[in-house]
Write a protein that binds this ligand. Sequence first.
Ligand SMILES: *Cc1c(COP(=O)(O)O)cnc(C)c1O
Length: 405
Amino acid sequence: MKQIYLDYAATTYIDERVLKVMQPFLSRDFGNPSSIYNSGMNAKFAIDDARKSIAVSLNCKETEIIFTAGGTESVNLAIFGVVRKALLNAKRKPHIICSAIEHHAVLESFKALEAEGVETTCLPVNQQGFVDSKALQKAIKPNTVLVSIIYANNEIGTIQLIPEISRTLRKVNEERFKAKLNKIYFHTDACQALGALSVDVQKLGVDLLSFNGSKVYGPKQTGGLFVRFGTKLNPLIYGGGQENGFRSGTENVAGVVGLAKAISIANAEMTKENKRLRSLRDYFIQSLEKKIEDVTLTGASIKEDSEKYPKRLPNNINFIINGAEGEALLLYLDARGVEISTGSACASTSLDPSHVIKALGYNESQAKSAIRVSLGRKTKKADLAFLLKIIPGIVKELRRVSQLS
Ligand SMILES: *Cc1c(COP(=O)(O)O)cnc(C)c1O
C-alpha cells in the first residue's frame, strides 16, 4: 500500500541537503565549541556561520539569536524569561496577554504562570481566527509586560497581521514611556510561519520570535529565539553560560548547522513552493466542497489569500465534516495509507476537541469533526486526488454509524 503523508504541519522529514551538512558534525567534527583547540574552534565557527545565516533571514543581528532545543523551549524562554525578569523588580505581579488560538507551548506556559499568581488574558478571535487589535488595546493593564500572538496558526493556518499588532503596541508603548511605565514586549510564535512567510523581524516589529527546525525540513529538537537588543529576560537553563548565558549546555552543533541550512533552503524556494502548495490547497478545498455535503472550511477564507497579502498558510487545509468524527476518519484514512490529523499533534493524546476550532465559535461536536490536511514538498496532485476519491465513502459510512447511535 502506498503511504501518503499529509501532516507536514506536525513535522517534516529532514531534507537530504540538510542531512548532508549535518553529517560531519555527528562523527568526524565532534569537538566541543567551547574548547579552544582546533576541533573545538571548528565547531564554534560552524555555529557562528549558522547564526550569521539565520540572522540574514530574520534581518537581525547575530547576537540577537539564541539557539534552543525546539519551538516549545523558545516559547517557554520568551514567556518565562520576560515574566521572571519582570518579577524581580515589580511591585505588583505582572500581567501577560495571548490569543485564544495559541499553540499549547504558549497556553500551558500561561497556565503555569497563572498558578504562580501572574495575571493572564486570552484574547478572543473572530470566526476566521483573527485577533482584533482593539480588543488587544482594551486588554492592556498598567502591569502588562508581554503580548504573545501566534504568527500563523498550526491548526487552521490563519496568518495574523503581526505588523499591525506591533504598530498598535508601539503607540501604547510611547504613551507608557511618558507615564514612566515599563515597555510591553511583543512575542510571536513563528514555528509554522518560518519557511512560508517573511520572518523579517524589523518589518514584523516584534521583540521576540520563536522558530524551530522540525517544521522546515530540519532536525527535530532544534530551534531558536530572536531577542531584540535591549529586551530584558532571564534564562531558563543555567550552567556553562553558552548562548551568551541565555541557554547553557553544550551546543547541538549538527542540529544548529542543519537548522540554518533548512532555513536557507526554505527561503530560497519559498515563492515557488508557496505557489505550488497554494494551488494544490485550493484544488483540494474546492473539490472536497463539491464531493461532500455539509463541510465547512475553518480558518481564513482562501478568497482573500494571496502571495502578496497572505491570510492562510499555503499548505493548510482544515475542515469540519458535519456528522463524521474526526478521530474515526483519521483512523479509517490511516488504514488506507493516508496520514492526516485532527488538529494539533501535541493534543492528540487527549480526546479534548481542539481549543482552536472552539475559539472560532464552533460547538463541541463540530470541533470533534474537524480534520487537518497539511501539504508539503513531496505532496503531489495525485495524492490529493486519491484522498478525494476515498474520503466520500468513508464519510458516508461514518455518518451512517453516527445516525444509528
Ligand atoms: C510545532 C510548534 C511548536 C512546538 O515546536 P517544537 O519544536 O515541537 O517544540 C510551537 N508552536 C507552533 C505554532 C508549532 O507549530
